[in-house]
Write a protein that binds this ligand. Structure first.
Ligand code: FAD
Length: 378
């Protein structure tokens, strides 16, 4: 099987490893040279994503490149603890969620893909609809992210991303301000959105301000440290982290996508954000699950049976991705709740969140993508 993978981000690099495991010849085309591409922030991987990494034999190297995060805490703007749960796992699960820079995750996946014999061509965009380099491929995997051109090639009427009503600004602070937790993924519901801070083992703090705004920032340069400090001035803990900031990245507008109805045709299939951008801190994990399950469906399949295998892959993935997309919508609504919603949250959450969180998310974290059969055994 000769496979072309469009996009060498999380989904594309993971797919390259998985497809090599079933003996396919794989070439990845990636538009950017830098593995960080336009998204220079960190990603948090829940245990379902870590299990996919384990199947890809990349778990240890990703754990080493990142750090474990055991707890997930929700705070009100005034500093009241609203919930404290196991981060990205069931509480009894000994496997802990890992956070690392997206660029480091992509670098580790690409290193494993190269080691397993995939070819990765960086700095080159590929348009699956017309590119001669894709002409004689048996399989085209569209792993080209939320702005996927492969999606448009499959269906010119496919939805386009639209602004989600939130933009993110990430940065680093030199130390943990006094009085703040020294570990965990800490999420503060703020007047203007959500502020997340995450103490790192080296003593620094990674943070993200997710700002609710009807329009994306017209001029990214306007959203400097002074403006962020103004937006989060009523949340003392957020203001303290911002006060210690040593670096800040440009704002990234959040995007949503209406459900994509055409996700595969003939020899072409979409995976990762190209097919279903699920947000909710699960995009990278779902992209890696996709890669493993795609390879499982394609193992020992003759080229003429690829269209049926892609249809079976998509049937297996869609219910899970659809459920997650719904969860993402309610997460986003919580971030833009307004003052009445915020007061309700402060009254109700301390009583229910920690108790019901695991029941509500167990289905997500329990998922096991299954093994990839070795060539000739599928
Ligand atoms: C600020 C931010 C924070 C996030 N935090 C988390 C988190 O904590 N946890 C989590 O699980 N997810 C998180 N996500 C989501 C996660 O990053 C994505 O869901 C995940 O990266 C999807 O992977 P992907 O490979 O499908 O898409 P992408 O990572 O977007 O990769 C697509 C790749 O395709 C390349 N490309 C595009 N078009 C072409 C073309 N025509 N030819 C060649 N190459 C092309 C792009 O350059 C890119 O490298 C976050 C996203 C953002 C923006």
């Amino acid at each position: 099987m000769r496979a072309i993978v469009v996009g060498g981000g999380v989904a594309g690099s993971a797919a390259a490893i998985a497809l090599r495991r079933i003996g396919a010849g794989v070439t990845v085309y990636e538009a950017y040279d830098d593995p960080g591409g336009p998204v220079g922030s960190y990603v948090s991987l829940a245990v379902n994503g870590l299990r996919a990494l384990d199947v890809l034999e990349c778990l240890t190297r990703v754990q080493v490149a990142g750090f474990p995060v055991a707890r997930h805490r929700m705070w009100s703007g005034s500093g009241r603890l609203l919930g404290d749960v196991a981060r990205g796992r069931r509480s009894e699960d000994p496997l802990h969620s890992v956070t690392l820079m997206r660029a480091d995750l992509v670098s580790e996946l690409r290193a494993e893909a190269l080691k397993s014999g995939a070819r990765i061509v960086t700095g080159q965009r590929l348009d699956a609809a017309s590119d001669p380099r894709a002409a004689d491929a048996d399989l085209i995997v569209g792993a080209d992210g939320i702005w996927s051109a492969t999606r448009r090639a499959l269906d010119p009427a496919a939805p386009q991303p639209s602004y989600a009503g939130l933009y993110s600004v990430s940065g680093t602070s030199g130390s943990v301000p006094n009085g703040l937790p020294r570990d965990g993924f800490n999420w503060i519901f703020a007047r203007h959105g959500v502020f997340i801070f995450l103490p790192v083992p080296d003593g620094t703090v990674w943070w993200t301000a997710q700002v609710a705004a009807h329009e994306p920032p017209p001029d990214p340069a306007v959203i400097g440290p002074a403006e962020l400090t103004r937006l989060f001035s009523t949340e003392a803990r957020a203001a303290a982290v911002l006060g210690a900031a040593t670096a800040m990245r440009a704002p990234t507008p959040g995007h949503i996508l209406k459900p994509v109805t055409c996700r595969h045709r003939d020899r072409t299939v979409l995976i990762g954000d190209a097919a279903h951008p699920v947000g909710a801190g699960q995009g990278a994990s779902i992209a890696m699950e996709d890669a493993v399950i795609l390879a499982r469906h394609l193992a020992a399949v003759a080229p003429e049976a690829i269209p049926q295998a892609l249809a079976a892959f998509d049937r297996e993935r869609q219910p899970r991705a659809g459920k997650l997309a719904k969860m993402d919508t309610s997460n986003r609504d919580a971030k833009t709740a307004g003052p009445v919603g915020a007061r309700m949250r402060e009254m109700i959450m301390p009583h229910v969140f920690s108790r019901f969180y695991e029941k509500a998310t167990g289905w997500l974290y329990d998922f096991d993508p299954g093994a990839i059969p070795a060539p000739g055994t599928g």
